[in-house]
Design a binder for this molecule. Structure first.
Ligand code: AHM
Ligand code: MG
Length: 335
């Protein structure tokens, strides 16, 4: 009889196969998986739950919060804070570090997350996702500070995302490749459906918010102009374009069939280095993309090498199929 491999079993096998297999990491990831299941359930209720729409509040980045941004943030906290494996948490939706309440035991990991990425899509029933990243806590204080979280992406011990799409999927890496699991709602488990995910090296599909074109820098403008020129242009082939406005959905598409995704540096708001957040979005996604054989860069630096300077820091992001990202990087280098 063929029994499906659940994510719990898969991660347990993965950890036990390692010389330093880590039961604490395994337990923490189990709690994260549970949080994603609960969020999936909430998101799937849609308008029936009565929590569509925005709040009066803004997050620290001045963005209007959706009701579900706040609800899913609470779900993530409540599901993981009592598990005894965390020293602290940081989220796109919270101004400061979240301290584990004193009545719970603490652990050696830091959890960083965007509970509902692409939440502008919630009201129109388009895919959204959760992004998470796990770092080691190296400090000794019972109350980690923001500085404890400011580790480059190369230090991540695990990262992943849940995609709440036509099915719910969870894609994860602990630095040993990338594996994808689909939520089987009949048994309430994520089941291995996409083993050893690998991003095709070449692509004819790009994703960028073209309404920002007038703000782009020259290398990105050149790249997109050449793609749009198609067969008769310098690239000699036709390209296709996609923009979901949910990074999780874009990265997932790229993992499945290749592509390049760009939220580049632009001069729309000179105080911001890009739109996407290094800690909550760019680092975890870059870890996954690199583990699947793709590349991820700011245009001028490997994202995983960026030394974070603030919890809510933004970075330009150019990621996806290796050969196509290299074209964009060569245009930056030639500037
Ligand atoms: P969010 O975390 O507030 O949802 O913002 C991040 C999202 C990404 O998922 C997506 O790539 C981007 O913002 C879309 O931006 P735009 O509104 O410019 O299309
Ligand atoms: Mg986000």
């Amino acid at each position: 009889m063929q029994i499906a491999t659940t994510i719990t079993q898969f991660l347990a096998d993965e950890q036990s196969g390692q010389p330093h297999g880590n039961p604490d990491l395994l337990a923490l990831l189990g709690q994260v998986v549970t949080a994603c299941k609960i969020i999936s359930n909430e998101v799937n209720k849609g308008a029936l739950s009565g929590v569509m729409g925005s709040l009066e509040s803004e997050n620290i980045q001045g963005e209007t919060q959706k009701k579900l941004d706040v609800i899913t943030n609470d779900i993530f906290i409540c599901t993981t804070e009592r598990g005894g494996r965390l020293a602290g948490m940081a989220s796109e939706e919270m101004d400061d570090v979240y301290q584990i309440p004193d009545h719970y035991s603490r652990g050696q990991y830091l959890l960083v997350f965007d509970p509902l990425d692409g939440s502008s899509n919630v009201d129109v029933n388009i895919s959204v996702g959760t992004i998470f990243s796990v770092l080691r806590y190296e400090g000794s204080s019972a109350h980690p500070s923001a500085a404890d979280f400011l580790q480059p992406g190369t230090q991540q011990v695990a990262a992943g995302y849940a995609l709440y799409g036509s099915s719910t999927m969870l894609v994860i890496t602990t630095g040993r490749g990338v594996n994808g699991f689909t939520l089987d709602t009949n048994i309430g488990e994520f089941v291995l459906t996409h083993a050893d995910m690998a991003i095709p090296t070449d692509t004819k599909e790009f994703a960028i918010n073209a309404s920002n074109q007038r703000f782009w820098e020259e290398p990105v403008l050149r790249y997109v102009t050449e793609c749009v020129a198609g067969k008769t242009g310098p690239r000699g082939r036709d390209f296709n374009m996609r923009w979901v406005a949910s990074m999780v959905a874009e990265v997932h598409r790229i993992l499945i069939r290749g592509g390049i995704f760009m939220y580049p540096k632009d001069n729309k708001d000179p105080t911001k280095a890009g739109k996407l957040r290094l800690m909550y979005e760019a680092n975890p996604m870059s870890f996954i993309v690199e583990q699947a054989g793709g590349l991820s860069s700011t245009g001028r630096q490997r994202i995983l090498d960026v030394q974070p300077e603030g919890l809510h820091q933004r970075v330009p992001v150019i990621l996806g199929s290796k050969n196509e990202v290299e074209v964009v990087l060569s245009y930056h280098a030639g500037q």
